[in-house]
Design a protein around this ligand. Structure first.
Ligand SMILES: [Ca+2]
Length: 570
């Protein structure tokens, strides 16, 4: 090779190398949208009557999941969503005590994510992604070092009996989104609070580590339902007011769209987590929408029947399957109670319609910035509808949020990724919320680290479901475990499900002993035929597996937990 040729080749190689290093990062954006306590059949595209045209369209252009599992409660689902591991491994074994008052001395129920277990936001941030969050955190942390009143008498009194050391308080601070990989965040830290805020109201939103300046852009006629003394005291101040206000669902979306606009000007792709606070209690929505649904909810049984039939029509629930009759809330109560239930249902529906409207705005924001075509959008609810409304909204599934029958844990879910998800498809592959982290790692070419902050983190318990997104068939996970308050445990193996309940647990049996319910979910998704007495060997095998899991995960009996905080309202 002549010297000239060699120089020429070196020049070309240098040019190609420089071209590669300056080439745009073509990895997709990831947008995860969570609703809070929405029922399985709340969406039109899952057979419901609530107007959700934007989510319906997202589903029509993407894929719907009929067998998607959350962890049945807000914090446990969020903990697994962001880490990919069992919630008890990261301090959110079901039934943590209290709102944001945390730091309990139980590893599985501490109520704060361990600093040495990486979050997807941290892994992506370390691998060239822009990372952003708007919405509800509810994963521990409340101590804002930067806040002038971080140690105010109010803060201390709200942590009475906790006796936190300085180290625990520092870890509490390190549990907040800006310290956990979210480069930009507009966040409500707690579990619940008013969704409406007028300019005169105190609010609890943070932009990074600083108190946020809310925008009061819209006029509302505010309907704030209060069904008991607690919510009357805390959540009824806005009821009946009209005027400019911040409404969480609108305000979070507007901030999220701003962040998307900012991110779209940079060359790195982005990860955005939008966690709506609706339709979680308190039940608050614009009055016009509430009235619209109140008219539709004259006959609750016909709404329930239409949801069941609507889901059957989608093909996601077989026609002749037996279901549990969940209708006692409106058939065995007096007229006043039924009217109260109708009103709650109407506010819930109004809140869901507002979520849908805002998902539409988010999608438009992605389209306006040219990002939509290269974005994977995942939408799902963090758990089923709660006890005040779940009998209607989770139909045809049994049970409500927090309890581990299908209505509590199984949720509607949609994925849309132009060019990858096939429009209008439905998958019955079993997908667990813990599968999302491994899937994102695969999509973004991100390696799970052997060491993180000097420690060996727990590897994700979930698995990548990329094949499911592409419309391929996948076998169910080998096993899924869950637990609530140390009282109700569940183990799924294939499509077998064993539910183990302590009898004293007031929400379930209120009688001594331990009860076992074994269901074949392929043939009995309505959980009407308990096969436990017919298959004692399978019950024994699954019970042993579950016991082992409970011990390994250090699940504590709720009776032990409430000794520390006996007046806990949760
Ligand atoms: Ca929830």
């Amino acid at each position: 090779m002549s010297q000239f040729t060699f120089k020429y080749i070196v020049l070309i190689c240098t040019f190609l190398l420089s071209f590669t290093s300056y080439a745009a990062d073509t990895r997709p954006n990831i947008v995860v949208i969570l609703s809070d306590d929405s029922g399985y059949t709340d969406l039109g595209t899952f057979g419901g009557e609530i107007e959700t045209p934007n989510l319906d369209q997202l589903a029509n252009e993407g894929i719907r999941f009929s067998n998607f599992y959350s962890n049945a409660r807000c914090s446990p689902t969020r903990a697994t969503l962001l880490t990919g591991v069992d919630a008890a491994q990261v301090g959110f074994g079901g039934g943590v005590v209290g709102d944001w008052v945390r730091e309990l001395p139980f590893k599985a129920h501490r109520g704060r994510l361990p600093y040495e277990q990486p979050l997807i936001s941290e892994l992506l941030s370390n691998n060239g992604y822009q990372t952003m969050m708007a919405g509800k955190w509810h994963l521990g942390g409340s101590y804002i070092k930067e806040h002038p009143k971080a140690m105010s008498p109010g803060w201390i009194s709200s942590h009475s009996g906790m006796k936190l050391t300085q180290e625990e308080m520092d870890l509490d601070y390190l549990g907040l989104p800006p310290q956990r990989g979210f480069q930009k965040s507009f966040v409500f830290h707690g579990a619940q609070g008013n969704l409406f805020a007028t300019p005169e109201d105190k609010h609890e939103y943070y932009e990074g580590n600083k108190r946020a300046k809310l925008k009061y852009d819209y006029n509302y006629n505010m309907r704030c339902y209060a069904g008991n003394a607690f919510s009357k005291k805390h959540y009824s101040a806005c009821d009946g007011k009209s005027g400019k206000a911040f409404y969480a669902t609108d305000g979070m979306t507007d901030r999220a769209i701003d962040m998307i606009k900012e991110a779209s000007t940079e060359k790195e792709p982005f990860f955005m987590y939008v966690a709506y606070r609706a339709p979680h209690k308190p039940l608050q929505a614009p009055e016009e929408l509430v009235q619209k649904y109140l008219k539709r909810y004259e006959n609750l049984q016909s709404v329930a029947d239409a949801r069941h039939e609507g889901l059957v029509e989608t093909g996601m629930f077989a026609k002749d399957v037996n279901t549990t009759n969940n209708n006692y809330m409106w058939t065995k109560q007096d007229k006043e109670k039924i009217d109260q239930y109708r009103l709650q249902a109407a506010v819930h529906a109004a809140m869901v319609e507002k979520v849908d409207e805002n998902v539409g705005k988010l999608i438009q924001g992605l389209k306006d910035t040219g990002e939509y075509e290269n974005t994977l959008i995942l939408y799902f609810s963090d758990n089923g509808a709660a006890s005040h409304i779940g009998d209607l909204m989770n139909i045809p599934y049994k049970g409500v949020k927090a309890l581990l029958w299908e209505g509590g844990a199984r949720t509607h879910a949609i994925a849309n990724w132009p060019g990858v998800t096939k429009p209008g498809t439905i998958t019955d592959n079993v997908v667990w919320v813990g599968d999302i982290v491994p899937t994102i790692l695969e999509i973004t070419d991100t390696t799970f680290p052997e060491k993180f902050r000097g420690e060996t983190p727990r590897k994700p318990d979930g698995r990548s479901v990329m094949a499911t997104l592409k419309g391929e068939k996948m076998a169910p996970p080998e096993v899924i475990f869950n637990n609530d308050k140390g009282q109700q445990s569940v183990v799924y193996q294939g499509r077998w499900k064993l539910l183990i309940e302590a009898g004293w647990y007031l929400q379930t049996l209120a009688k001594p002993g331990i009860a076992y319910e074994l269901y074949d979910l392929d043939n009995d998704p309505g959980e009407t035929n308990n096969l436990a007495s017919q298959k004692p060997e399978l019950v024994a095998k699954l019970t042993a597996m579950c016991d082992k899991w409970r011990i390994e995960n250090e699940i504590v009996d709720y009776a032990e937990i409430i000794k520390i905080k006996p007046n806990d309202p949760y």
